[in-house]
Design a protein around this ligand. Sequence first.
Ligand code: PEP
Ligand code: MG
Length: 733
Amino acid sequence: MARATDLAPRLDGLVRLVAAEFVAEVCSVYVMRPGEILELVATEGLRPEAVHRTRLRVGEGIVGTAAAEARPLNLPDAQNHPAFAYRPETGEEPFASMLAVPVLRGAEVLGVIAVQNRAPRRYAEDEVEALETVGMLLAEMLHGARSASAEVALSLPGSMARHFEGVGLTPGIVMGPVLRHGRRAAPRAVLAEDPEAELRRLTAATEAMQRAVDALLEGPARAAGQEPREVLEAYRLIAADQGWLGRIAAVVRDGLTAEAAVERVLAELRARMRQVADPYLRERLADIEDLAGRLIDHLGGTAPEPAQGEGFILIARRVGPAELLDYHARGLAGLVLEEGSPTAHATIIARALAVPLLAGCRGATDSAVPGEHAVLDADEGRLVLRPDAEIVAGYTAALAARAARRATEAGYRDVEPRTRDGVRLTVMINAGLLMDLPQLAETGADGIGLFRTEIAWLARGGLPELETEEALYRDVLAAAGDKPVIFRTIDLGGDKLLPGFSHAEEENPALGWRSLRIGLDRPAMLRRQLRAMLAAAAGRRLLVMFPMVTTVEELRAAKSLLEAERRAAERRGAAPAEVRAGAMLEVPALVWQLPALLEEAAFLSIGSNDLTQFLFAADRGNPRLAGRYDFLSAPVLDLLEQVGAAAAAAGVPVGLCGEAAARPLEALAVFGVGIDQVSVPAAAVPAVKAMVRSLDLAAFRTFLANLRRSARGGASLRADIAAYARDHGIATE
Ligand code: PEP
Ligand code: MG
């Protein structure tokens, strides 16, 4: 069975052999690529430059037709055949006849093999059979190569477009040339002749590396906001850490060159880390890998690469925070990682720099060719290497439309979300980092409806100091001015694991020890956070919200902790003027406790992400379930209406937060069932406001009530609501 790496020369050998055996001037092999495209990968007789350039869609040309119909085409006068597609780069004008045979493995077409002759001739029956036999052999070769290395493309780099799916961790779309992030060459010498001299070289390089890191962190890190700064400070400490640096020195003393010692210590660390599940420690390894690379650069006397030019997309297995700052200074426009997670240091920095980031693109580094073009769509979770013209045209148009829309949306900043029939609705933003705060003014939103306090903890990689936390909340309140801010107490657990905090392995973390459950089991921790909030809001109004409340008793317990801290603050003479405690409605069980809940809660906020996941028993992070159940269906809308009506009757304000109302159509339905307040990601505010401004709410409510009455089971009502919006000029696009 062919190994992937051997494939290209073997194909070259094959086409030469077949051309000779068939006495044909041309023999070519085309391989099926993703997207049903046949790419010329080997030829005897056509121009070599056409290899990896000539591509045909299935059904296009003689080759494409043979693939589409999965049968041989035997044509004495191929160029006058109606399906013939002329490809000038191949230089195939002189060849009149052609025999194209599909390469089949079972029912799957893996490619096409074709022979061509100058003279017009019909190939004999036994020639067709012989080429079909070659096709069978070729099928085994291609299949073997594919399973050996996942993708034939690995062994056949070329001009074909390649598509990758990933998770967008920072939104945005960019197009530009690709830059591949480092694979270090193996050190040239492993054994040192003079260990003492080698130690001096190591010391000098270490100091140079530390100075360069200091200089780097002075610049963009200062401007990037609090969380990235903390990440970078931690990085600086590792750059000076005697643990791993001392181990390198010890290995040099044993006789290795400094470069080889760095690699050896890294290998040891990697081996140890493989057994460690803690994300915090794994991030430390990423930092050390980053610093080790710098150290090797300095040992070789090479500063990091010079400027690359504007607007490139960096593709890497993983990248360290300082490296990312380096690349940013050199014109980084987008980032693609094979690894990466929402809380990785690189992610936090990318977010601070507003660089679109797509993570989880396995195989992208190997497929990327530096300098070639790529489209990075972090909004849709997609990377296209070597995009063809249609994709580029599509994205160019989409980006232009988006820019135009942004310009229009900026016009919504000073516009109130008031419906055409005069109802003033409330549109707030979700936030979690200091750098989110300017968006409040930029969008003209009504306040912060959800401040996710755990994000700063996660970014920091641990529990913050009381003063740090208080300062953050103070900054948030200052930025909000008169507008309300709803602080949510820490919501850890589930997918939000705090490094260093002992989260036991759980079978179902989303249903596990998380959120308020942790807070009530670790009351000292929750009280400390409440203390920071109370202190930050001294003299003002404080809105505190508890997440994942499952029973009213839990809310009571949380409120009593808050009250104890409030009294303590009062004794210190620094209590807020008013403290209001609300509950998130994320667990369906609360719906059956509404009367008691509405007596305890000063306000309610429906957490649309978790509520939907629990309602449908469908993991919110599982892409396979993403389109399966619709928020716009009777089970969700009936529940929202019930909660909204009960809260209104009790005089308790209720809003909806999370991501659901970020789409104008969903926001429309939420308002339609009587919830008057939403909190959405800031980017969604202009579109939601635009929708509200074009809405006759009373008329829509009547329509929606009728529609829900006629709904059957849990079927999606999306198409009907969208049609109504279209027919009534409601802006939901
Ligand atoms: C939600 O579940 O809708 C919510 C706002 O909380 P989270 O931070 O879990 O998304
Ligand atoms: Mg939630």
